[in-house]
Write a protein of this length. Sequence first.
Length: 344
Amino acid sequence: MKNTLSTLTLFATAATGFGFTLTVDPAAATTRIFDNYNDGADTSGGFNNMSAGGEAGGYVTVNMPAGAADPQWQSPTPGTPFSSATHPYFRINSRGSVGGGSQVFPLPAAGPTVVPYGIGTAFSEVQLSFSANAPLPNGSGLRIDPLGGGGGAPTVFDYDYIMLDTVRTIGLAEFDHDGAMDGWTMNAGISGATTTAASSSFTATTAGVDPILQRSGLSIDTNVFDTIEVRIAFDPASTSRFEIFWGTNTFPGPAGGQSVVLTNELIRDGGLHTYRIDMSDEAAWDGNLNILRLDPLADGDAAAGRSFEIAHIRLLEGAAIPEPSAALLAALGAALALRRHRGR
Ligand SMILES: [Ca+2]
Ligand SMILES: [Ca+2]
Ligand SMILES: [Ca+2]
């Protein structure tokens, strides 16, 4: 089944010569945004010994009083039904004024399907799954018990997003609330950085020859998460390369020669496009990933001040992504060929 996909992707990456394959604007693997709490309308409900705290800035707040017994809330109430058969995985980005042990249940709640996770005091995404529970649950929403046994002091919990995934996914950046950096840092080569819930994206302008956006301190098994996906828009005036560096415990980085370079493959129409990069054939995509670095544009082009926008940066379990149909691949291949001809 790999052969069909390679026909498309080898063409797209012929200029790069690296051990990876690129697919531009593939079918999304994260097909349900359960709630991003970005519209300012607070639909939290189903409270037990908790209360609504409002929704603003791209997240919803719920309150828990001191000594609350079995505190819980529901989101949304009611919601569109979901099936764990088609969406076995989900991610929650949340924080509490106090950290502790949280629990998630599909609604209607049933004991055996509880999924535990640890909530911290800074926004952090956890990757969860109902798939360990048989039979796979369906539901119309989630019940969340933010602090299983309650707490001694009044506590506030914030929820940035809940996304349902078709394959195992890590949201290294979703940029889904006002000011969110999701653990990424940048150098002076990037200016005017803004993240808003309204766009669920990071926008900025390059200001030097070597703009850098990076996230370190990771520990992610590259054998499982073998695919990088970046949804990004480039200034139509831009001309230079978009480069992705990485480092692992066995292949430390960032290091020269250990990067994905995309130049002619970029669609520079100012709109967001998804670049999905399968790293599974890359020898240095090995061990545990500990850093990912994005250099959006470079050299004099970057110094001229180019705008760019990033909607998300994710890692996917590429082996689990369904292969597109041959007909779709042919259409995509034709579109890429046309685009490349126009670019000459
Ligand atoms: Ca809302
Ligand atoms: Ca949000
Ligand atoms: Ca986003």
